[in-house]
Each structure stands twice: as structure tokens, then as C-alpha cells.
Design a protein around this ligand. Sequence first.
Ligand code: SF4
Length: 451
Amino acid sequence: MPSFFIQTLGCKLNQLESEAITDAFSQAGFVLSSQADSSPSVIVINTCTVTSKADQKARRVIRKALHDYPDSRVLVTGCYAQLAQDELYKLETDGKKRLFVLKGINKDDILNLPKYLDNSDINGALKKLTQTQKAEGKERNGIFQFNPSRFSGHTRSFLKIQDGCNEHCTYCRIRLARGASVSLDAEEVLSRLRILEQNHAEAVLTGVNISQYNGAGINGNSAFNLAQLLEYLLSGTEKIAIRLSSLAPDRIDESLAKILSHKRIRPHFHLSVQSGSKKILEKMNRSYNGETIEKAVSLLRRAKDDPFLACDIITGFPGETTADFEETFNLCKKINFSWIHVFPYSRRPGTPAYLFTDNVHSAKVTKRVQLFTDLARQGRADYVRRWLGREVDVLIEKAKTEKFSCRGISENYLKTLVRCNGETLPPGTVVRCNLLEEGNFEDFDVVAVGG
Ligand code: SF4
């Protein structure tokens, strides 16, 4: 029986797409193997290109797969494959032609490919797929076919509502790989969410930039924005909770905040901030400033009782002086984010910022990353302390770890160790818990009692 193994690099969207690829291979009769297995027929590597480190990692994983599994075909997909097909083909140095790099906008090809795979002949399968699609006159643009039926390793489910991006941030390579923004029709989002509601307590709405959601409204009416979509989803479902992936600060307004206050929207928001310096935001071509960020935060804090508020920051962007860095740092400190994902600026080929010459010295960048990391840790500890003694819902993810303990994720995004009085709570159940004490912040953020 043919077998396959899949390795996923990068963001939640890639993870969701890998789940859909796994479904497609399984439905075509391939058995999912563990990496340690002798030799899967096909190894799929779903790549990311957000930073130069992500590229390096992808190349390392591809080289290792080719080296360790000399009888396997290696099929590479994802953002890095989209942008660097030729570069990746050079990684196969033994001339055996076992490496296939899928490029092009027809991203759903990888979902249709497994059913044509005979003896793992990928070229043959691609030819058959193209012939069939020509004969059927099928539209080949199915990015929303990535709609997995299960989520291995997750009790939460994920639903892709949007892909691509219409902004032109000067540092970003993702929009080059994924193209302009497209959104799934609101009716289809609701129908998928209703299916998830049957087996999941929570769904995470994902996309490259869900703030740009602009899907067809109901009955052919004009397009819905994110606030309208959420209102429609909440009125069309009964119990599933919704968590949102990253939001753009300049898209948070009163109407969105109003719907975010709904009890089935998780009190956890992630803002794509990147910088608080007016000068740097302009150089990044991001159309907001520190004031916009503060306004967004205040709307979110009015919508929910002390939500978990995280943000992304890029430090060391070309031209970032000490004063610019301090402007961002002080803004983050003032806001007191519950977590900060800090990234050292990475120079990406093909982006306008690649040509900027006023690069910041790497030692300075390292120091700035460290300062943000310390601030992030402090923010998370403060947040946990504010919540001690309070009650939250926790979604159980691991039935039993240590004696009498389960693990889960709280509605406000804390990794929670739950003492459940000897009971074993099955993954997927939601329990009301009392938050008791700080965790070690490595494995878990907080200890709770519940069940
Ligand atoms: S908003 Fe900017 S950084 Fe984010 S995906 Fe779009 S272009 Fe890239």
C-alpha cells in the first residue's frame, strides 16, 4: 500500500492546508506514515518563506528528506515553492529526479494529485490531472478547497475564510507568494462552520489577512466585511466559539468591536502591529500610526473584559534608529500587551525593502529583540496574575498528563494545566476552571482547578 508523510513549516494557514493535503492523500488510499518509517512513497513538504530563516529551514528539510529517504518522491509546495522553484530544484544533486516543486496559482492541484498517483509517478499524475481538467473545463483556482475534515493534534478546528493580501508592505514576501486578497462566500463559510460545530467547541478563522475579508453576501447581495460575516455566523450557529487570527489595527472600528463583544467570540486578539514608529510604519508602507494602534486596543478592551492581547513586532527594519525603536518599545510597554511576537527584520528578495541600504547592525537588532522578548514575558506574567482567582472556560487538549491533570487552552489563550480531581476529561470538552496559580511559562502559563 502506498504511504506518505507530510512536514509542515510556517503559519496556521499552512497547517490547515497540510491537514487538507493529508485528507486528500488518505482518501486516495495512501497510508500516513510516521517519519521514522522506512520509506514513505511520497514525502510532502509544505514550505514557508516569511523570513530568510524559514527559507533556510525549508532547504534543510528538503535536503534531509532526499538524503534519508532515497526511495521516496519528495513533493514541495507552499509559499517558498511558489517563489523559488528553480532554486529548490538545485537541491537535488544526484540527478535521480525524485524532487517535484509545485508552483503556480493552481494551488488545489496538490489536493487532486493523489488520486492520479500511480507508483508515485508525480510527473505522470500531473499530466493526467491537467488532461482531465482540460476535458472537464474545470476552473482551476480552488484555494478554498483546502477544507480539512479533521485536525490531527488539535481539538480546535480551523476554517480558512480568506487568502492573499491587497496591501503592499515593503518587507513582505507573503503577498508575492499568495497573490491578491480573495474571500470565501459568507454562505459557504457558514455552511462549513455548521459542520465544524457538530464536532468542535471552537473554530479559528484564518487567512493571510482576515481584516480584508470581503466575501459575497447572502442571496447575491453586496459583499460582507469581517464584522458582517461574524454577525451572520453567530446568528447562524448555536454553540461553537470563534477565535480570530491576526487583525490589522486600522481595520478595528466601532462596528467590528461591537460584534467582537459577543460571548461566543473568544477574548483573544492578535494585532499585526510591526512598529509603533510613525517613520518606520511609513517606510513599511503601513497606513496607520501609534494612535491608531492605541485606539484599536482601547476598542478591544471595551469589547471584552481584559482580553488576551498579542501583537507582532518587527525590529531592526532599515533606518530604525534608537529613537524609533524606543517609540515602538514605549508604545508596547504602555499598552502592556499580554504577548509580543518579536521578529528581527529579515531582508527578503523581491521586496522593495530588499533594496534599502540603511540596514541596522545585527548586534543592535539582537539587543532589541532581547528587550522585546523580556517585555513580552513580563506582559504575559502580568496578564496571568491579573486573572488568578477568576473563572474561565478551558478547552481540554490532552486528556491526562501528570497524575490527575489535563491540559488545555483557556478561552483567553492561556496554556492551562487543569487539576481535575481524578477524573479524565476527554480532549474536546470544555470545563469551567478556577485559575489558581502561575505556571512555569514553558509548558503552561497557569494552573487551574476544574472539571
Ligand atoms: S498586510 Fe502587509 S505584511 Fe501582511 S500579508 Fe499583507 S502585504 Fe504582507
